[in-house]
Design a protein around this ligand. Structure first.
Ligand code: UDX
Ligand code: UDX
Ligand code: ADP
Length: 467
């Protein structure tokens, strides 16, 4: 079985870059990415590659090579599904906000809608690949819907594979081009091999792991839970370092050299964000409760609880250090994205930290190299203020086009995202624009402490016990 035509439903942060790399590496396969969102598809088709809807280093070059050759973006969902021999489902699966499992279970509305679309439109033999991050046993639900369709029309048949994506935003293209592993879960060996053959265009055979469906689904949740747990672990140690006079970077280096622990993913910070970590852990928690394992559920839930605490903790210590009040004070926020090199703000620590400071009546001047102000307004549930309103004591925010603009008249700077542009700032010059005494709260530990102190700023760094 050789795959000739791939359809991917969902042109988001996962579907778009993944399909662009598949098309780039497999010129003989026709790859079409479909989405119900016309504006998104238009942006993927924009002649100006700097205007793609997803910002990822290197993505523009890959799309530039493949688009118009064997990579197409379209809203013709059913027609594309009908002609495809492999359909990836890569739609959003946010945490449910109401009903059964609210706050923990994933909302599978969009996945189910896709399964029904495939059930209706597919022809012949179709391999359906789940790519979205999904709770364990979602493949079973997709299969049930497809099998019902198969009974209606014996000309059609389906097989379902789980092929979770491990790319991290900001490094998506590198992660896709040189993955640590590709995971394919399924029951039908021929379908598994058909998908493996797509990846083997550029991935070593030894890195293509085959498992059963449930192991594949559970591995994705577990990988993200372990990664998130490392961040909560190091952030918990950071708080202890601050209290005791240790330095979390020294501790991280010391433990990271133990080959059983390893050096990566040990950066203390304002807590993890992104669309996956919290959602996947909460899925795991929901699953454990469902299967009667409350102790296991509590264990994983504490990883999220510590993350939330870390974010509130940072907002609180800013208030404390600024003499117990930030009402009417101007604070410069450097970075709103959940990590560097992305315009994504889903679950960004900045949202909770800025939210707490707004609650305290602060006037925030927010700078980010890639995040749109309309997105900040949605996340903060508050429109940008036309002018600072210091007297009313109500918190407000405004976009700052530059770091200089952000710090002018500010009492403090908070670095919340580790964008490269924040690493080597001219702190002496910036400090000159601030109201004294002025502070830098470096939640990502990117600024050079000696330079910051020489500029006359009082410095707080995450995990730094030195006063
Ligand atoms: C993550 C997983 O890494 C990826 O494999 C999976 O497919 C999707 O979820 P992503 O959320 O895009 O990827 O980025 P990641 O680099 O993992 O960062 C997640 C969050 O953890 C960010 O907010 C980041 O700032 C934070 N983080 C990461 C730290 O605070 N410290 C670290 O040492 C590493
Ligand atoms: C540990 C540390 O490894 C060592 O660096 C430190 O100096 C002392 O504590 P030790 O307790 O002697 O050493 O043995 P270790 O191999 O770490 O095992 C500890 C326990 O964990 C054992 O009961 C072992 O069976 C268990 N274990 C270890 C597991 O259950 N699974 C594993 O994958 C590894
Ligand atoms: P992810 O990070 O998982 O890629 P995104 O939210 O960035 O998630 O992208 C998911 C995309 O899936 C969105 O562009 C959305 O419009 C699209 N989508 C959701 N449901 C459907 C559907 N039934 N048919 C086609 N596209 C869909």
């Amino acid at each position: 079985m050789t795959i000739q035509r791939i359809c991917c439903i969902g042109a988001g942060y996962v579907g778009g870059p993944t399909m662009a790399v598949i098309a780039d590496r497999c010129p003989e396969i026709e790859v079409t990415v479909v989405d119900i969102n016309q504006a998104r598809i238009d942006a993927w088709n924009d002649a100006d590659l700097s205007r793609l809807p997803v910002y990822e280093p290197g993505l523009d070059a890959v799309v530039g090579r493949a688009r118009g050759r064997n990579l197409t973006f379209s809203t013709a969902v059913e027609a594309t599904v009908a002609s495809a021999d492999m359909v990836f489902i890569s739609v959003n699966t946010p945490t449910k906000t109401k009903g059964l499992g609210a706050g923990q279970a994933s909302d599978l509305r969009w996945v189910e809608a896709c399964a029904r679309t495939v059930a209706k439109a597919a022809t012949g033999h179709t391999i359906v690949v789940e790519k979205s991050t999904l709770p364990v046993r979602t493949a079973a639900a997709i299969k049930t819907i497809l099998e019902a369709a198969q009974e209606d029309d014996q000309q059609r048949c389906f097989s379902v594979l789980s092929n979770p994506e491990f790319l991290a935003e900001g490094t998506a293209i590198r992660d896709l081009e040189a993955p640590d592993r590709v995971l394919i879960g399924g029951e039908d060996a021929a379908s598994i091999e058909a998908l493996a053959a797509v990846y083997s265009h550029w991935v070593d055979e030894a890195k293509i792991l085959r498992t059963n469906l449930w192991s594949s689904e559970l591995s994705k949740l577990t990988a993200n839970a372990f990664l998130a747990q490392r961040i909560s672990s190091i952030n918990s140690v950071a708080a202890l370092c601050e209290a005791t006079g240790a330095d979390v970077r020294e501790v991280a280096r010391a433990i990271g050299t133990d080959s059983r622990i390893g050096p990566k993913f040990l950066n203390a910070g304002p807590g993890f964000g992104g669309s996956c970590f919290q959602k996947d852990i909460l899925n795991l928690v929901y699953l454990c409760r469902h299967f009667g394992l409350p102790e296991v559920a509590d264990y994983w839930e504490s990883v999220v609880a510590l993350n939330t605490w870390q974010q509130h903790r940072i907002a609180q210590l800013v208030v404390q250090k600024l003499f117990g009040t930030v009402t009417g004070k101007r604070l410069a926020i450097f970075g709103f994205a959940f990590k560097a090199d992305t315009n994504d703000t889903r679950e960004a620590p900045a949202i909770r930290i800025c939210g707490d400071l707004l609650e305290e009546g602060a006037q925030l001047a927010i700078h980010d190299p890639k995040v749109e102000p309309a997105q900040m307004a949605r996340d903060l549930k508050q429109e940008a203020a036309a002018a600072a309103d210091v007297l009313s004591g109500t918190g407000s925010w405004a976009l700052a086009e530059s770091v200089e603009e952000a710090v002018s008249g500010a009492d403090a700077v908070l670095i919340l995202t580790e964008w490269n542009v924040y690493r080597n700032l001219n702190w002496a010059e910036l400090a000159g624009r601030m109201r004294k005494p002025a502070w830098l709260f470096d939640a990502r530990a990117v600024a050079d402490p000696a330079v910051v102190r020489a500029a006359g700023l009082t410095l707080w760094r995450v995990g730094d016990g030195e006063d």
